[in-house]
Design a protein around this ligand. Structure first.
Ligand SMILES: [Zn+2]
Length: 466
């Protein structure tokens, strides 16, 4: 198996979350009725003049900074000429020869370490229309045409599908932490094309197979595994691997030939004459970046969190921040079950968490009460459940659930329980001390949980063991 060299490169397209489109004032809203948000500019009518969206340029620079890219002083757009019905101008406005972000790297969480993978460039461009194939006919929705799009390209630096998937997860998180895209893969807001080349170690050639139609992380993983095996088998048979584009068939779980690869020259790129080159604004380069996923990865690794746990906690920037604040006061191993199980079991999609019904300090108080035994565990679990399901703050629920009974009231109940359980008391007095927990249970039951079980136990011990 070691006789093969596997190289995988990625080309990722990310829709930016702006109000309006890249070169016209049309609203970005792909969910509205088809062809509602369109104008002469995004439908490519003659005589139009595109005007670039500043917010989109700002976002592209923000991403480039977060990924440690070099950002040129001046930027310009280019035309990529090709004819296809989803882009009626006959060209796409994109970047060529110069990119918003040059070089750079993505910190990726792999098991219990962070590895850095290079990227080649980040380009800002415009989205095409969405085409639908229904009963042999093609329908086009131009609501999507002209939405700002980032193209992030990596060199072929990956050698396994596992690393690719973790790279994509980490990159997606960075974009979500920067709040420049929702990166919803089902909606096509984060799309991935990959290229794969497998070579025999002693005979490296420059073939490259592009894979398209990868609509989810699992499709990417399956397609890569399939394609690597396909190429290995061809090499073992002594056959040549062609430079081509293949389509992933999700149902058959195989790749099939789409077209032999066209070359870059086909696009006849030239600088966009309607948009002059522009200077990158100083202030865009100075603004503080928010804490990014690798900051949280590092902290959580230090706290002893497992890979899977870190993945879950960091999938929402809010939750990652919340967790670190709690960890300033309480060690991770005492916190993790409460967050990962008790809180998250009431959440459908962790990525969507933008707030919780309680503040960090409220949650820290709550955990401290549990750790000191002031709130019994089971009651704590119930409190979290009610809080999460009804969006109620913790403090009020704690008061309601645990108005802790006074000592005299507890003594009263203890007396009752001792009288009712003479045989157990006998056992305890004759040396079977562990039976005391049965009496604690009885007392707690009578008090409807509204006492500190630790205190109840101490009072019982005082009565029975002295
Ligand atoms: Zn428009």
């Amino acid at each position: 198996m070691d006789d093969f060299v596997i190289k995988i490169g990625l080309e990722i397209h990310v829709q930016l979350k702006t109000e309006s489109k890249m070169f016209c004032p049309c609203k970005v809203d792909v969910d509205s009725e088809p062809n509602k948000n369109i104008c002469p500019i995004c439908t490519g009518q003659p005589g139009i003049l595109p005007s670039p969206n500043k917010k989109a340029i700002y976002y592209a620079i923000l991403v480039s900074r977060a990924l440690n890219c070099k950002i040129p002083d001046f930027l310009y757009f280019s035309r990529k000429n090709y004819f296809y019905p989803d882009l009626p101008k006959g060209y796409q406005i994109t970047q060529y020869g110069i990119s918003t972000g040059i070089g750079g790297e993505v910190p990726v969480l792999l098991d219990k370490e962070i590895k850095y993978f290079s990227i080649e460039r980040i380009n800002l461009e415009e989205e095409t229309a969405k085409s639908f194939h229904i009963e042999g006919k093609v329908y086009l929705d131009f609501n999507r045409c002209g939405i700002p799009l980032l193209e992030i390209v990596t060199p072929p630096v990956f050698d396994s599908p596992f690393v690719v998937i973790n790279f994509l997860k980490s990159l997606r998180k960075i974009l979500m932490y920067l709040n420049v895209s929702d990166c919803n893969m089902e909606k096509g807001e984060f799309r991935v094309d990959t290229n794969v080349s497998v070579n025999l170690k002693e005979k490296i050639s420059d073939h490259r197979v592009e894979l398209k139609n990868l609509n989810s992380l699992s499709a990417i993983k399956d397609a890569l595994f399939y394609e690597i095996e396909r190429q290995k088998n061809l090499l073992l048979k002594g056959e040549k691997i062609e430079r081509e584009t293949r389509l992933w068939d999700e149902e058959k779980k195989e790749t099939r030939l789409m077209r032999s690869k066209e070359f870059v020259e086909d696009y006849r790129y030239f600088p966009e004459p309607d948009i002059p080159p522009f200077k990158v604004k100083e202030e865009w380069l100075k603004e503080n970046l928010p804490p990014l996923p690798d900051y949280f990865y590092k902290k959580l690794i230090e706290e002893g969190a497992e890979f899977k746990e870190i993945e879950v906690i960091t999938s929402s920037p809010f939750l990652a921040d919340f967790t670190l604040k709690v960890l300033e006061k309480i060690p991770y191993k005492k916190v993790k079950g409460w967050i990962l199980t008790e809180i998250l079991q009431h959440v459908e999609n962790v990525e969507d968490i933008k707030s919780l019904p309680f503040s960090t300090s409220e949650f820290i108080d709550f955990l401290n009460k549990i750790l000191k035994g002031e709130i019994p565990r089971h009651l704590g679990q119930e409190i979290i459940k009610i809080s999460m399901q009804n969006n109620l703050p913790l403090n009020k629920l704690i008061e309601e659930k645990i108005e802790i009974k006074g000592k005299s009231e507890i003594e009263e109940v203890i007396k009752e329980v001792i009288e009712e359980n003479a045989h157990v008391v006998e056992k305890i007095k004759s040396g079977k001390v562990s039976a005391i927990s049965f009496l604690v249970g009885r007392v707690m039951e009578k008090l409807k949980g509204k006492a500190n079980p630790k205190e109840v136990k101490e009072l019982l011990e005082k009565r029975l063991l002295n």
